[in-house]
Design a protein around this ligand. Structure first.
Ligand code: C5P
Length: 223
């Protein structure tokens, strides 16, 4: 498979969910399986790239021949991403980053209260990792994802502009047979000048198609 289209290119990919600690034993997270990001990492490696995978907590083994960095929180993921910037030509943000984290993380396990039936947690916004990377001085070619339930093109194009991305990969998560936690996905990819739809297929096959398109757009942008 297209073993040279990214030869020598340094690709950094974020994948999986993040975990935002409430106390030493509890956290806020989501159901991201990490499958799409891991499939992209393998496809990019097979295309000749030097790949670093910044992985949130997921149940997948580190793929062969890929440098893997394990992180937990969004802030850890941001720090790891920024540390890679000096050696990154293409940044692909496939992680499902928690939008908010608890304002405070308790040092000890929070005890159940006998006095009250409710407990309030104050949440604070997490940094936007892909927007921070795309706004950096040494800006890599930047690819983001968008999970939308309606009006996919409008929201995706808005996100492309707002986060200063080169490419956005949008999937319609109102469909339960694809996307989050599934082995299959169907997406539409948008960039400034055009767009391309990919019908339902395995995440492995889709990852190869996406790597082919990303490599094309990357070459067009850097030539
Ligand atoms: O804004 P929204 O969460 O829909 O954007 C999704 C895209 O932004 C994905 O590429 C995701 O990895 C990235 N993202 C990020 N940091 C955040 C939130 C989203 O990198 N805090």
């Amino acid at each position: 498979f297209q073993s040279d289209i990214l030869s020598g290119v340094r690709v950094v990919i974020t994948a999986g969910p993040t975990r935002e600690a409430i106390d030493p034993v509890r956290y806020i997270s989501n159901h991201s399986s990490g499958k799409m990001g891991f499939a992209l990492a393998t496809a990019a490696m097979e295309a000749g790239a030097r790949v670093t995978l910044i992985r949130g907590p997921v149940n997948l083994p580190d793929p062969d021949r890929i440098q893997c960095l394990r992180v937990e929180s969004a802030r850890d993921m941001l720090e790891a991403s920024l540390q890679q910037l000096g050696e990154c030509d293409i940044f692909i943000a496939a992680a499902a980053v928690a939008d908010y984290r608890p304002l405070q993380t308790a040092d000890q396990k929070i005890k159940k209260s006998a006095a009250s039936d409710t407990l309030e947690l104050t949440l604070v916004k997490n940094p936007d990792i892909v927007a921070t990377v795309a706004g950096h001085e040494q800006r890599p070619f930047t690819v983001g994802f968008a999970a939308e339930t309606q009006d996919v093109e409008n929201y995706a194009r808005h996100k492309l502009q707002q986060k200063n991305l080169d490419i956005i990969v949008a999937n319609d998560v109102s469909r339960s047979d694809i996307g989050f936690n599934s082995d299959e996905n169907a997406v539409t990819v948008f960039w400034q000048q055009s767009q391309q739809a990919f019908g339902q297929m395995s995440k492995t096959t889709l990852a190869r198609e996406l790597v082919r398109l990303i490599a094309q757009r990357y070459r067009a942008a850097t030539e």
